[in-house]
Design a protein around this ligand. Structure first.
Ligand code: SIN
Length: 574
């Protein structure tokens, strides 16, 4: 698979540095990969869009799922993950996750992360949706991601990993053989490395996180604009399962027009015994699933939305008043503070909640070593589709996936360098002047995209809602393209315009996949195809961008990788 040659409209790099590996992103996956590569003697550069701890990891509350408790086994964790994934997990990928997971957590602890422990010094474990056991390790009560981020950032600094902050990655650079040669990026800094530049490296690890900002209301921070998936598509890589966007069931409801990042109310609150109730106090999840409030996340989100539709209500409630003040303060201090900051006291009031976009179960397609279809390009964490999550990620499997697959990537890069001789090759990127740069969207397009996606491709989708979303997205794209083709005009290059352009890119692929999947499975819910259809749809939708900017879409029922050449259906004009 070679690069499409498509790149974002941007000035030519004005500076460059060389490395053995460049890691894009500084959450749990990125920093774990970087620390392991650095420890193996590789010259490693981390580039990150804002500050080192500004990504999604810091916001994770619940914890890390791993079979660490007495009587628990990787096999039981595997079973729960496969059930949540609704028939689309790659069982081998899950097996790797659950068997390598416990040691990866122990290594994280050795790196300096402090998890909550009992008085006897055993890890405290909680439950979340879809888990039949207490297997979620947590830190600071409900501040697990913040603690992991702190530990990894400190370790990276202590070990002298080179980092470039406030750096938005633009495009993958490739050499004459189509192999990875580094990235172009834009740095908002001072001094030597300012503006558009390049890091030349034979290995690039994408760990850019998610794309929650494609919807109006999300638990994701503002930096989660799908940059990694969009870059990978332009680079010719395959993406898979993008239609499976997980909506977290319990996000603090701040009004119907709330936009941007919304406060999460962790599943662990339900894991410790909170109840979902309607305005009359009725526990509506009881009787819908044997685990009631602790059913897999997609089932709970659907249960909430159904009740909201039945009762014409804007939200439901999470009732944990019975925890009492002490438990709230010690076990869930972050959530307590967020609720109180918005005028709700969970000690005395039920918490208003509604589902909001939370996690991309799909992403850039990788094998079990984190390799994408572009040689030298790797992906891990939320940006990747390793096959672990299938149609619906099991709660708290994501931090674990970031740890396990980042370590595998570091091992693969280290082995490749050892085989080729360390520091042997400084790659030489080639230009593709024959391919016009990608037209840019104005910054305001971000809000139009969010509105379109929330209206047409949110929790509940239909052929009509998706067709309308596809049309409106196409209009945005055509306007930008025509302005460039006919008048040579495009929005001024800059962080906002590159982000809007990336959001449109991932939104179009997401909608194309959601339209194609005419069934309801996992977190993809079709009003007009309400049943799961294993005969037609126990398959993955895989999308690639052609050099002429059309989408190449195919479906596959096998996790085989690299993918066998299958008939490719031209799907949609770009
Ligand atoms: C939560 O704490 O509910 C979020 C955990 C997750 O998304 O895995």
């Amino acid at each position: 698979m070679t690069s499409t040659g498509i790149r974002l409209h941007a000035p030519a790099p004005g500076w460059s540095i060389n490395a053995d590996v460049v890691v894009v992103g500084s959450g749990v996956a990125g920093l774990t990969a970087a620390l392991r590569c650095e420890a193996a003697g590789l010259k490693t550069v981390v580039v990150t869009k804002a500050r080192l701890d500004d990504g999604s990891t810091r916001w994770a509350q619940g914890g890390v799922a791993a079979a660490l408790g007495e009587g628990d086994t990787p096999e039981q964790h595997l079973d729960d993950t496969l059930v949540a994934g609704a028939g689309l997990c790659d069982e081998e990928a899950v097996r790797i996750l659950v068997t390598e997971g416990p040691d990866a957590v122990r290594r994280l602890i050795a790196t300096g992360a402090h998890f909550d422990e009992s008085e006897e010094g055993a890890l405290e474990l909680t439950r979340e949706g879809g888990h039949h056991r207490r297997r979620i390790a947590h830190a600071g009560g409900d501040a697990t991601g913040a603690e992991i981020s702190r530990a990894l950032v400190e370790a990276a600094r202590a070990r002298g990993v080179r980092t470039i902050e406030n750096a938005l990655v633009l495009d993958l650079l490739t050499d004459g053989d189509g192999r990875t040669a580094g990235v172009s990026l834009h740095v908002m800094g001072e001094g030597q490395h300012d503006g558009v530049g390049a890091v030349h490296a034979p290995a690039v690890v994408l760990a850019t996180g998610g794309m929650g900002q494609v919807f109006s209301a999300t638990t994701n921070p503002s930096v989660s604009t799908g940059d990694g998936v969009a870059l990978a598509l332009r680079a010719g890589a395959e993406v898979s399962d993008l239609e499976f966007v997980q909506f977290h069931p319990t996000v603090l409801f701040l009004g119907p027009d709330a936009e941007g990042q919304q406060p999460l109310v962790s599943e662990a609150v339900r894991g410790e015994g909170a109840h979902l109730v309607d305005a009359d106090g009725v526990r509506f999840m009881v009787g819908q699933h044997e685990l009631a409030e602790l059913a897999p996340r997609d089932i709970v989100a659907k249960g909430i939305l159904r009740r909201m539709l039945e009762q014409d209500a804007e939200h439901m409630f999470l009732d944990a008043r019975h925890f009492g003040a002490d438990m709230w303060e010690h076990r869930f201090p972050t959530i307590l503070a967020a609720c109180r900051a918005h005028g709700i006291d969970p000690v005395t009031d039920p918490i208003p909640i509604a589902p909001a976009a939370h996690y991309a179960s799909g992403g850039v397609r990788t094998d079990s070593r984190g390799r994408t279809t572009v040689p030298g390009l790797y992906a891990c964490g939320e940006v990747a589709c390793t096959g672990v999550h299938g149609a619906n990620r099991l709660a708290s499997n994501s931090l674990l996936e970031g740890l396990v697959y980042a370590e595998r990537i570091a091992a693969d890069i280290t082995a490749a360098h050892a085989a080729n001789g360390l520091h042997a090759r400084v790659p030489e990127p080639v230009e593709h002047p024959e391919v016009p740069a990608h037209p840019l969207l104005a910054p305001e397009a971000r809000f139009a995209i969010q509105r379109i996606m929330t209206g047409g491709a949110g929790v509940l989708r239909s052929a009509d809602s998706l067709a309308q979303a596809a049309d409106e997205l196409q209009r945005l794209h055509t306007e930008a393209r025509d302005a460039l083709d006919e008048n040579g005009k495009t929005a001024e290059p800059g962080v906002d315009t590159w982000e809007s352009t990336n959001l449109l890119c991932v939104a179009r692929v997401l909608v194309a996949a959601a339209r194609l999947r005419e069934e309801t499975r996992g977190c993809h819910w079709r009003e007009d195809h309400a049943e799961r259809d294993d005969t037609a749809w126990r398959r993955h939708i895989v999308v690639r961008l052609n050099p002429d900017r059309t989408l190449a879409v195919h479906t596959t029922d096998t996790p085989d990788f690299p993918p066998t050449q299958q008939p490719q259906q031209r799907h949609q004009e770009q």
